[in-house]
Design a protein around this ligand. Structure first.
Ligand code: CDP
Ligand code: CDP
Length: 228
């Protein structure tokens, strides 16, 4: 079974995707972490963020891996744990540039489809319902007001222990810029799939969002049973 969760930055995708995967015993795949890791590799190898060939070579050399350790998703480049390093404002500021490169997207989409072909997945990102898994059993598109997403991001920095001097306004501006770039790129822009269910999480708790999605999954399972 494939559950696709897309939406703009800080709409709550990874938080709810993780909980749903845990409840259903599915594998959670954070596709944003894969683009963040590619951006981190570009910086580490002192490459330009538009150097597609160089970044692809760095990915082949270092191997990006998502690993589950004690119930926590970790991101590795070779044997280095980069889970924290990929969440900094500097990486956030450049990830949209790297994720717009055709060769990088082709590589990541192929890896993501490979994973989804082997197990039941909850996958979150920007193009899961439209491009990566167009036949996903359930497609969710999460949105929330820009202000509440900035507030959530700020809180998230604190909880993860990520130090930043950015004000709430600056965080909101960064998020808006990234959403604009992600929605306006040529290849697989951030877009709600025609058959996705949109949920506005602005005034919803995490539990409420999780329950709304679980009920959509149940509905789809019932419809599936009726069809076979
Ligand atoms: O957690 P946050 O919402 O800030 O972003 P993320 O899910 O970690 O994704 C980081 C960036 O990766 C996005 O802003 C997109 O540029 C890119 N991305 C993408 O292009 N396609 C995906 N399926 C997932 C992320
Ligand atoms: O993955 P994405 O960037 O869409 O968002 P996230 O990292 O899951 O959520 C960003 C922050 O918002 C986290 O600290 C969540 O705990 C919080 N959140 C919330 O306060 N209310 C929700 N309904 C969903 C997420």
């Amino acid at each position: 079974m494939q559950i696709a969760i897309d939406g703009p930055a800080s709409a709550g995708k990874s938080t709810v995707a993780k909980i749903i995967a845990q409840k259903l015993n599915f594998t959670y795949i954070d596709t944003g972490a894969m683009y963040r890791a590619s951006t981190w590799l570009a910086r580490e190898h002192k490459l330009s963020y538009s150097d597609e060939k160089g970044i692809l070579a760095a990915i082949d050399k270092e191997k990006i891996e998502l690993k589950n350790e004690n119930g926590q998703q970790k991101v590795f480049a070779g044997d280095k744990d980069i889970s924290q390093d990929i969440r900094t404002p500097d990486i956030s500021a450049h990830v949209s540039q790297v994720s717009a490169l055709a060769g990088i997207r082709a590589k990541m989409v192929s890896l993501q489809r490979q994973m989804a072909g082997q197990m039941n997945v909850v996958m979150d990102g920007r193009d899961i319902g439209t491009t990566v898994l167009p036949a996903a059993d359930v497609k969710i598109f999460l949105v929330a007001s820009a202000h509440s997403r900035a507030q959530r991001r700020m809180l998230d920095f604190k909880e993860r222990g990520i130090k930043t001097n950015q004000s709430l306004e600056e965080i909101e501006q960064d998020i808006a810029e990234r959403d604009y770039k992600d929605s306006h790129r040529k290849i697989s822009p951030l877009k709600k799939a025609l058959d996705a269910i949109e949920i506005d999480t602005t005034s919803m708790t995490i539990d409420q969002v999780v329950n709304a999605i679980l009920s959509e999954i149940k509905k789809s399972q019932k419809n599936y049973k009726k069809r076979v």
